[in-house]
Design a binder for this molecule. Sequence first.
Ligand SMILES: [Zn+2]
Length: 273
Amino acid sequence: MHTVQKSGQAVVGKLRTEQLPEFADAHTHLDLLKDDVLLKESISRGVGTIITCGVDYQTSIKAMALSDYSVIFPEVGLDPENALLSGNDIDAVCELARKNSARIVGIGEIGLDFKKAVSEEDREKQREAFKSMIELGRELDKPLTVHSRNSMKEVLRILESSGAKRVQLHYFEGDKDDARTAAELGYYISVPPLESGRRAAAIKDFPLGLLMAETDTPVVGKAPYYVEVSVQMVANVKGIDYYKAAEVLTANTKRFFRIHAGGMASSESNIRV
Ligand SMILES: [Zn+2]
């Protein structure tokens, strides 16, 4: 009886692994999870790649500390909300990224958030931080994870005029025209697990090869496995099979962040602060 049960479980286990697509979550803040229960559940559900971001100096250090370089990979960045807070030094974040360049997969998150910027002075502060982070990406040859809120057109203008090439427009807020501009520039769009008719229309004709799936955990999705919802939405909009969508979006994410089989050889040395 005991043996039968065991072999039955083994078969189920085998089928599960063979049938589960491999997912990649292209944008999270794992430092905001209170424990690793949801993270473990996500990995058991097939999430094999997770990008976790910093939003300032301290959270960038946390992102690196949380990374295992086989499933979880970190980015360092100063986001527009934190760019407004005194005590957040652009140079310190740049220096942190330079010192740890071999262990980070990108600069993020960065961008403009005009909902948070209440004055022209605020907007100027955000632009200064954003441009410095773009320059840092160029210097270190890293891709950029870009946030925009009420600022899509300007974000695209600044990225284009800065000559940024490897760009992830995370939680894409643009319309069809913005998506067309992004496609012309070769920028990627990552899709959150949140239903939006506007976003669906925007990505309808956007190249599948430039799409990624994200959760923005725990801000939008509760855990990286919510990426299943993002993948399903892309599959629906594009009229393709769910498994095919998972396969393509995962491959896109790994290509974008240059994550190769075997991960990164950087977890050996200590984080340099
Ligand atoms: Zn985010």
